[in-house]
Design a protein around this ligand. Structure first.
Ligand code: ATP
Length: 268
């Protein structure tokens, strides 16, 4: 099988500062200020060409960070990501420039993807039509609702016909009719054998659409397998999590962070 994505030992570290002073001191002095925070810790995972993989996990588990790294929007701190093909990320407002109009954003994104002027002029009407932005297309994106931004992002990304499509919560905003139209477009991509990554909190959408699931927890891979294998385990976990008291949740979190430290320590 041909590999579409190979993520090897990927770690993403953010610095958390207590205020601007600490941030500045960290920049201008040799001493290190602020706390290290690991959004991803030594993540390994591979997607075959044509795989449709859902990323699941509770809030802050690292789903968006990983999808942004695969899409090339955010750099990894260490490890490597190999992507065979052109990827496009659809997230609410991902990569959109707020001060530019919808039309200028389309042109900019296409230019950055290497399309020429003629190709851009050809694609533009299709994108505008798909986005259903009509008279708003020449207004600055900062005046758009989150649904409008998401529609624009989705319309650009699906119309550039990427080899790898990464969809981050794009279907959770906007109206039902648009979500349905988008899902149909994704099914079309599925039939064409494209590789897709789907980030969503909706397990219903995951079950309907994905074949494999990557479950992230505290920035680590908790499980990776077929939908049938992983979703029931995750549903069971959510049931337990809901039953936990605040103290139990705190202990669970502390154990998770402890595990994360072990994983990072093993690596280094
Ligand atoms: N730029 C940043 N600076 C500092 N911390 C960040 C940054 N971006 C993300 N994080 C942190 O990294 C962790 C993982 O975030 P991420 O958005 O990847 O999670 P997620 O699983 O997509 O969450 P959600 O389901 O809530 O969207 C979170 O704790 C988040 O606060």
């Amino acid at each position: 099988m041909e590999k579409a994505i190979i993520v090897s030992n990927v770690t993403k570290k953010y610095k958390l500062y207590h205020g601007t002073k600490e941030r500045l001191l960290d920049l201008i002095t040799p001493k290190s200020y602020g706390d290290d925070f690991y959004a991803l810790a030594n993540v390994n995972f591979e997607a075959e060409k044509g795989d449709i993989i859902g990323f699941i996990g509770t809030n802050g588990s690292g789903k968006s960070t990983l999808s942004n790294i695969i899409a090339g929007i955010v750099p990894e701190t260490s490890g490597s990501v190999q992507v065979n093909g052109q990827s496009a990320l659809i997230a609410v407002s991902a990569g959109l420039k707020n001060d530019l109009s919808g039309r200028d954003n389309i042109e900019l994104k296409l230019l950055m993807l290497g399309f020429n002027k003629k190709q851009i002029k050809e694609l533009e009407p299709e994108i505008i039509e798909f986005a259903e932005l009509e008279k708003f297309i020449d207004q600055p994106v900062k005046s758009y609702s989150s649904g409008m931004k998401s529609r624009l992002g989705f319309a650009i990304s699906v119309n550039v016909d990427p080899d790898i499509l990464i969809i981050d919560e794009a279907l959770s905003v906007g109206d039902k009719a648009f979500a349905e139209k988008s899902l149909n477009k994704m099914k079309e991509f599925k039939q064409k054998g494209k590789t897709m990554i789907f980030v969503s909190h909706s397990l219903g959408q995951m079950k309907e659409f994905c074949e494999k699931i990557l479950w992230l927890e505290y920035g680590m891979v908790k499980d990776f397998g077929t939908v049938e294998e992983v979703i029931p385990k995750y549903e069971e976990f959510l049931k337990q999590w809901k039953k936990m008291s605040n103290q139990e949740r705190k202990e669970y979190r502390e154990k998770g962070i402890e595990r994360q430290k072990e994983v990072l320590f093993q690596k280094n």
